[in-house]
Write a protein that binds this ligand. Sequence first.
Ligand code: FRU
Length: 483
Amino acid sequence: MKFPILLILFFISAFSATAAKPVKIYNELYRPQFHFSPEINWQNDPNGLVFYKGEYHLFYQYNPFGNEWGYMHWGHAISTDLVHWEQLPIALFPDNDSKDKEVCTEFSGSGLVDENNVTGLQKGDEKTILLFYTSQKCGQRLAYSNDKGRTWTKYEKNPIIAFNETDDARDPKVIWHEANKQFVMVLYRKPDNDEKQKGISFYTSKNLIDWEYKSHLPGFFECPDLVELPVNRRADDKKWVLFNGDGSYLIGTFNGEKFVTESPKLPGDLGLNYYATQTWSNIPEADGRTIQIAWMKGGEYPKMPFNGQMTFPCVLSLKKFTDGIRLIRKPVKEIELLHGKGEVWENKNLIPGINKNLTHKVDNDCMHIIGSFKIKTVDTFGFVVRLDKKNNGTEIMYNVKSKTLTCLGNSVIVEPIDGTLKLEILLDRSSIEIFANDGSAVMSSCFIPNENANGIYLFNTGGELLVEKLEIYPMKSIWQIEK
Ligand code: FRU
């Protein structure tokens, strides 16, 4: 009898030893290495993006109880360089101690520094950071911090815009409107519960607490944002851009109360997973950038302890083309902080069947690829990433005749410029972002790569391709990973 008991004890102790082992957090199979993802559990929209005293705050829709949507809280992370994130404790908990999956939970919203203490909420030397959010079915609300965003207090006279059963209002984004010297809130609403009226309402305020309704623009759904951007970098030629939840946008004028459209609705991203975009508030004038991030909605992370990732932060600008003004989106320059020792190729003429794969020595699952390709007689060209020994992987392909760039089943038309196509690709463990022709067309997608497949193949079919320049950098992880 003694022997089986010992055996059982042995198994119990062996099992508990395994159970006690720390998890290899931030180094999991599908864990993004340079895109933000929460340590554990479900994440959706970026919220409350605000810069204060050298810190970029990133809040996000967060369910602390599991890997699926519900019980929304605001998770919180900060960064001093937009690429390395430090996870902070949860910032906002449901209102009225709600334990419901939806009612009075913390839906999306925005952040702003109260520079001139118009709310009167400042206590000491630190300026007040404000978070405007939707308390689902409990109105638009305000929370604030007097200690650089480390602790949060709910405004005692909440809600600042009362709940209205018929309009499903949510996702307030607040900005400063310099010309009118007042604040503007854009808020998604469905006035009178009318599907055709789904759109953005504009409100104004002098003190960030009392808000006055001004106008409504139908044709939008969730997570609005409004930014003013120079056209072709000219400070004397600016346009307003109004964003929809899916990243699509209108270009127009805005007098502080009403948006007047000057463009058709244009797509913001042509990939599979780009949603709930938001730009950072209070970026210092000396920096001057408009920086946007989005939730990679619909991404899948089988068996992972987390469920969600953000796109890489990008700078927005406007550029004039023959068919009108268009949004340009490019990764922030801080991406270079993550470059490992890269490889560069210049003026390589590739002839199908003659050259072997130019990039055959590259072996990595996370890369920053920057290439400029002269289209000579080639039919199709591109990359196969996460390539395995049998030459299987995920394809990014340009078709010269149809002028289409295709990845993971989605396509976008891109015109070469003077016979050259530029491609910038951010490859992470479970996402691919492709910026064509300096950010004039972008595809952000999640994918599930081949396991143990870190090769990359630069292919061309039909004819010659001149690689004017190609740079490939292995990307360092933004996390302190446990190997
Ligand atoms: C967009 C959205 C928002 C809402 C939040 C709830 O993804 O539906 O409209 O505030 O997510 O999590």
